[in-house]
Design a protein around this ligand. Structure first.
Ligand SMILES: Cc1cc2nc3c(=O)[nH]c(=O)nc-3n(C[C@H](O)[C@H](O)[C@H](O)COP(=O)(O)O)c2cc1C
Length: 191
């Protein structure tokens, strides 16, 4: 285990991935379980859902995604996703969000946003927890174009809305440094 801030600093979007990761499928499953059991959610409601695809199931997923896009996904990107160890599909249970809107009308207009926030926290925790184990990942959005076959293929409840796809695998190389805004532009300190 590294210092938390070091993990945050190491996390990047990794596109070029391969299967030979240091953890077993079971260990990755436990890691995701820990993330799901510990990540905060609005009113502790845990509206985020994850479907984990490994090995051939992940490859089959990316083949179908590419087909949905007439096999026109950027070749390099597709190659990395296809050869990844697995993919985490992230959903929000919209039935639960609707229930919250009904039960707590005072915050009705916020639950949709809070559901997205809660799901984003899960996504980032997955991304960083994997990176801590030397597994690279990225955050993809081929939804909503893939939604209908994803629901059928994996027998996903109708109320689950797909919001992101996270392919993960062995890091082939570190991405180049990217520019960031000047800290003064994005942080204001008042003492
Ligand atoms: C909310 C969100 C949505 C993103 N969507 C995509 C996406 O659809 N496809 C993609 O390749 N990267 C996506 N990214 C990755 C960002 O482009 C990337 O995190 C950003 O450029 C910073 O680079 P880094 O992740 O290497 O630090 C997304 C990131 C976030 C936080």
């Amino acid at each position: 285990m590294q210092d938390y801030i070091e993990i945050i600093k190491k996390r990047r979007s990794y596109y070029d991935l391969s299967e030979d990761v240091p953890l077993s499928n079971e260990e990755i499953k436990y890691l995701i379980e820990d993330v799901l059991n510990t990540t905060p959610s609005h009113m502790n409601s845990q509206t985020t859902r994850v479907v984990l695809l490994f090995d051939e199931k992940s490859k089959d997923f990316w083949k179908r995604v590419n087909e949905t896009y007439d096999n026109k996904i950027n070749e390099e990107k597709f190659h990395g996703f296809y050869h990844a160890k697995g993919t985490a599909l992230i959903f929000i249970d919209k039935d639960e969000i609707k229930e919250q809107e009904k039960n707590i009308p005072l915050y009705k207009e916020y639950f949709e946003t809070w559901g997205q926030h809660s799901a984003a926290m899960v996504q980032l925790n997955i991304w960083q927890a994997l990176r801590d184990e030397e597994i690279g990942a990225s955050n993809q959005h081929y939804n909503p174009h893939i939604d209908s076959w994803v629901k059928d293929l994996y027998e996903i409840p109708d109320s689950w809305e797909l919001i992101a796809e996270i392919p993960f695998g062995k890091i082939q190389e570190e991405p180049e440094k990217i520019d960031k805004k000047s800290i003064d532009e994005i942080l204001k300190v008042i003492e």
